[in-house]
Design a protein. Structure first.
Length: 283
């Protein structure tokens, strides 16, 4: 499998492509990483160095990949945090060109906008860009529950309202939706869930809630789910494999007390997920 991943990069720590590439490689995916920023570290530290890469330079890198004849072999395009409107245009154009070369290629968009605790933390134009232009051309989207509500103008909280919001998102264009950080008021105490839905149905998986904030965990989740979905065609299997791998990554990170994901140390959890969580069909 070959994935074109258009995301940020950091030298210290693991977010964006610096979180997504290694887990994908560890499960046998050939990743073509294209960087949108080249920062020293993620911005959560409050200080960082390095450049945002001009959208025209990002486009040049993608064109160079195209000139090598690689687009016909690309099985999926993956994008995450979009720092500015120009990058959105570059991604949309790249998706169209890859699909022209390989009509079976899928576009997976992680519509990063914010979370329930912090609210929106992206530039004001980004949510509208994602909602109006990017999400409609995606095949797979991986919002958290907050982002799902923002995209669809709904307020998902219960299982029923979250499924209704997923239906609204799928009506926008994507056939497959993974919802992370699902927190239902009637869930078991000390748990958190993820929900995946496609044409075949909808499934939810529950894991223990780990009391931590881990920058980059959503990037790993989107990457692994995309790869597993492309390889199996099953939202249920992709959900179970992803939940298993990401939980063990987070547990190891929590145990070490480190602020950054223990991405390398947890590599066996990607290559050989324990499959300790079973997804329940809810539709």
């Amino acid at each position: 499998m070959k994935i074109l991943s258009i995301q940020s990069a950091v030298a210290y720590g693991h977010v964006g492509n610096s979180a997504a590439v290694f887990p994908l490689q560890r499960i046998g995916v050939d990743v073509l990483p294209v960087y949108t920023v080249n920062f020293s570290n993620h911005t959560g530290y409050g200080a960082w160095r390095g450049p945002m890469i001009d959208p025209s330079d990002v486009a040049d890198v993608i064109t160079g990949i195209e000139e090598r004849g690689a687009f016909a072999q690309v099985d999926a395009i993956l994008s995450g945090y979009q720092g500015g409107e120009g990058i959105g245009d570059v991604i949309i154009d790249a998706v169209a060109r890859v699909k022209a070369a390989n009509p079976n290629a899928l576009y997976a968009c992680d519509p990063v906008m914010g979370n329930a605790k912090s609210g929106c933390f992206v530039a004001p134009a980004i949510p509208e860009l994602l909602r109006e232009r990017v999400v409609p051309v995606a095949d797979i989207i991986t919002p958290n529950q907050f982002e799902l509500g923002f995209l669809t103008g709904t307020d998902p909280d219960t299982l029923e309202s979250t499924l209704a919001s997923v239906d609204a998102a799928r009506a926008m264009g994507p056939s497959t939706v993974l919802v992370t950080s699902v927190e239902r008021p009637d869930r078991e105490e000390g748990t958190i869930e993820m929900l995946a839905a496609d044409d075949a149905g909808a499934w939810i998986v529950q894991t223990p809630f780990l009391p931590m904030k881990a920058n980059g965990s959503g990037d790993v989740t989107a990457a692994l789910f995309t790869a597993h979905y492309v390889s199996t065609g099953s939202a249920k299997v992709a959900l179970e494999r992803t939940a298993s791998s990401v939980f063990d990554l987070l547990q190891l990170t929590l145990d070490t007390g480190d602020r950054e994901l223990q991405l390398i140390e947890a590599q066996e959890s990607y290559a050989h997920p324990k499959m300790q969580f079973s997804a329940r069909q809810v539709r």
